[in-house]
Design a binder for this molecule. Structure first.
Ligand SMILES: [Zn+2]
Length: 243
């Protein structure tokens, strides 16, 4: 039996924690190897608290952000976390950087992938990361790209929940019960010391999604109990033999 795997493509080094930390910890618990790639540290755009400190430099911010992300990854039992350090605000990938991501996708051969919403007018790095994820997935499937390497199948791309959900045109079609690993997600959230204002916010989001899980699994007529959940929007159709 081949090892089950998943790949998270995170624009900045903290995004994976808020948006799919539960999915990561849960799948690790189920025996998957979950790899996280942080395309940047979010050093310029998502590190305001660090920049308010005296004598701060770009390198110091990156080191602090990397440490936080590594601690969070440990809390979630992430199999492998990689930092591409491509810069943020704006995040940009040249051809070489795209091929680096394609190499990683082919190496991991993910059973499913996770990234940001298609649209995010507040944070164009996020929607850019998803565009890049789709582009890299496409290249990884191409038989003419680095012939001889194992080409990629068709992993689902799940878009995780953005901040200010309603503004992003994001609509979940999957709710994942993360109750069994909630403590791990909360511990990872608490590694994000620079973003203390988001800790309770994302606890509330998980509780609300837990409510939606209960309702959509049957509600009062036999729905499953669920205290915490994460919502995802899938990009590709499923292929099934039964509905
Ligand atoms: Zn971000």
């Amino acid at each position: 039996m081949t090892q089950k795997t998943a790949l998270v493509i995170s624009a900045h080094s903290a995004d994976f924690v808020w948006r799919c930390g539960g999915a990561i910890a849960l799948h690790q618990q189920k025996g998957y190897d979950v790899t996280v790639v942080c395309l940047s540290y979010g050093e310029r755009g998502e590190s305001a608290k660090l920049w308010k400190q005296e004598g701060m430099t770009l390198d110091k911010v990156k080191i602090a952000r990397r440490k936080e992300a590594e601690n969070a990854a440990r809390a979630l039992d992430v199999h492998d976390i990689q930092f591409f350090d491509l810069g943020d605000y704006p995040l940009e990938l040249d051809r070489e950087a795209k091929y680096r991501l394609v190499d990683l996708i082919r190496k991991v051969q993910p059973g499913f992938m996770l990234s940001h919403s298609h649209y995010d007018p507040y944070n164009t790095d996020h929607m850019y990361a998803t565009r890049i994820a789709l582009e890299a997935r496409m290249i990884a499937q191409a038989w003419g790209h680095e012939p001889g390497q194992k080409v990629l199948g068709a992993p689902q791309l799940y878009l995780f929940e953005p901040h200010q959900t309603e503004q992003m045109g994001w609509k979940p079609d999957v709710f994942l019960d993360i109750t069994p690993v909630w403590d791990r997600k909360r511990a990872a959230i608490e590694c994000m010391e620079g973003q203390h204002h988001l800790w309770d916010y994302y606890t509330n989001v998980a509780e609300n999604r837990g409510n939606h899980f209960r309702r959509n699994s049957g509600g009062q007529a036999g729905g499953r109990d669920c205290r915490y959940a994460e919502g995802f929007q899938s990009v590709f159709p499923r292929t099934v033999d039964e509905l």
